[in-house]
Design a protein around this ligand. Structure first.
Ligand code: 13P
Ligand code: SF4
Length: 365
C-alpha cells in the first residue's frame, strides 16, 4: 500500500493530475461522489455532486464497481447498502461494489446522537405507557445504518431534508403517530408544516425517566422527537436575523431545517441544501439573501453570484469539519491504491444490518 504521507507532499495541481489519470484508466468502473459541503477542490473533481437525497438515489442507480464518496460516514453506509443489494451484486457477477472514504473518521455528530440500542430502549420505555404499534419510526438519513435498521424492522423509514414532508405524510398514512430521530429540528419543522399542532409535538430527552415527560403528555403526543441536533446548524441565531432585518429590511432569510426551532420560525423560509441553492440561483440581481447553512457552501454560492448580497445569519462561520476531511491528497491516495489492487478505507455494512436498513431506505428511492 502506498502511504498517505507521500500524497500530502504534493501540490493540488499534482494531485488533480494523479486523480485524472486514475479516472482516465478506470473509465466508468469508478464514480467520484461529493456532498455540497465538501471543500471546493473536491467539488470541482466530483462526477456526481448532490445533497444527501440525490447522492443516495445516484448510488442506488449506479453500476460502478467503485465509488469514492466525499461525504460523511452515514452517507457511505447508505451508498454501500444501496449499491450492494443482492440483485446489484448479481448484476456484477457476484462482486461487491467498493465504497471508499477519503477519511474513515469523517462522521456526523448528529448521527451519533442516537444508537440502535438507544432506539430499542426508547421503544421499550414507550411501550410501558402507550401502544407502540401506533407509531411509525422515521429516522433522518443522518443516522447510522443500525438506527435505520431499527426503523426498517419496526415498519418505518428514512427521510432526508429534501423529502421529509413526503415521508412523514407516508408515515401518518400508515399509523396515527410518529417517532422522529435523531434531529428534533427537522422533525418539528416537518410536523408543523403538515398541520400537527405544536402542543402535540414533544421532545424526548435521552437519559431522563420517560424522556423527561409525564405519562399523560406521552399518551397525548402525536409526534415524539429524539433530542438530537446538528452542532453546525445550531450556530444561527434570531439575534443575527433581527440585525439583518434592521440593516436590510428587504433581505430574504432562508435556513436549513436543522437550524434551531426559533431560527426556522424567524426565517422567511427553510429548505434542504438543494432548496437553498435553488433560492440563490433564482434570485434576481440586487437581491439581499441571508442563507443559513454550512459555510463552505454559502461562501461558494456567494462567489458564484457576486451580483447578489448574501449575508450570514450567525456570528461566526459554521464549517462542518467532518465534511472538510475529504482532501485531494486523501482522494488521490485512496484512488491510486484502489487502482493498484490494494483498496483502503472501504466501508462495508454487515448484511443483517444492511437488509433491515434497506427496508427503511427503500421509501426514499
Ligand atoms: P442535506 O440533506 O440537505 O444534503 O443535508 C445533509 C446534511 O448533513 C446537512 O447538515
Ligand atoms: Fe452532520 Fe451537521 Fe455536518 Fe451535516 S453539517 S454532516 S448534520 S455535523
Amino acid at each position: 500500500m502506498r502511504p498517505l504521507a507521500e500524497y500530502e507532499q504534493l501540490t493540488n495541481d499534482e494531485l488533480k493530475a494523479r486523480i485524472a489519470a486514475v479516472r482516465a484508466e478506470a473509465g466508468d468502473r469508478l464514480v467520484v461522489m461529493a456532498h455540497y459541503y465538501a471543500p471546493d477542490e473536491i467539488v470541482e473533481t466530483a462526477d456526481v455532486l448532490g445533497d444527501s437525497l440525490a447522492l443516495a438515489k445516484k448510488a442506488a442507480e449506479s453500476s460502478a464497481e467503485a465509488v469514492l464518496f466525499c461525504g460523511v460516514y452515514f452517507m457511505l453506509e447508505t451508498a454501500d447498502i444501496l449499491l450492494n443489494r443482492p440483485e446489484k451484486i448479481a448484476e456484477r457477477g457476484g462482486k461487491r461494489a467498493l465504497v471508499m472514504a477519503p477519511d474513515l473518521t469523517a462522521g456526523c455528530p448528529m448521527a451519533d446522537m442516537i444508537t440502535a440500542e438507544q432506539a430499542e430502549n426508547w421503544k421499550r420505555e414507550l411501550s410501558e405507557v402507550v401502544d407502540f404499534s401506533d407509531f411509525t419510526p422515521i429516522t433522518y438519513v443522518n443516522s447510522s445504518a443500525a438506527t435505520k435498521a431499527f426503523c426498517g424492522a419496526n415498519g418505518g423509514g428514512v427521510c432526508t431534508s429534501a423529502n421529509a414532508e413526503k415521508i412523514v405524510r407516508w408515515a401518518f398514512e400508515r399509523r396515527p403517530k410518529l417517532l422522529f430521530m435523531p434531529d428534533s429540528r427537522l422533525g418539528r419543522a416537518t410536523a408543523l408544516a403538515l398541520g400537527v399542532a405544536p402542543e402535540e409535538i414533544v421532545v424526548w430527552k435521552a437519559g431522563e425517566p420517560l424522556g423527561g415527560l409525564d405519562v399523560e403528555t406521552v399518551r397525548a403526543a402525536r409526534v415524539i422527537l429524539w433530542d438530537g441536533c446538528c452542532p453546525i446548524h445550531q450556530r444561527f441565531s434570531v439575534d443575527a436575523i433581527r440585525k439583518i432585518r434592521a440593516e436590510e429590511p428587504n433581505a430574504q432569510v432562508w435556513v436549513h431545517p436543522e437550524s434551531p426551532f426559533e431560527v426556522t420560525d424567524a426565517a422567511d423560509g427553510y429548505g434542504s441544501t438543494t432548496k437553498l441553492i435553488d433560492v440563490v440561483e433564482k434570485a434576481a440581481p440586487g437581491t439581499t439573501l441571508a442563507i443559513g447553512t454550512e459555510w463552505k457552501l454559502v461562501d461558494r454560492l456567494r462567489r458564484r453570484r457576486p451580483e447578489l448580497k448574501i449575508v450570514w445569519p450567525g456570528d461566526e462561520p459554521s464549517i462542518c469539519v467532518d465534511m472538510s476531511k475529504s482532501t485531494l491528497a486523501r482522494a488521490a491516495w485512496v484512488l491510486e491504491n484502489w487502482l493498484a489492487g490494494e483498496p483502503v478505507n472501504v466501508v462495508e455494512t454487515p448484511p443483517e444490518i444492511a437488509d433491515a436498513a434497506f427496508e427503511a431506505l427503500r421509501v426514499v428511492l
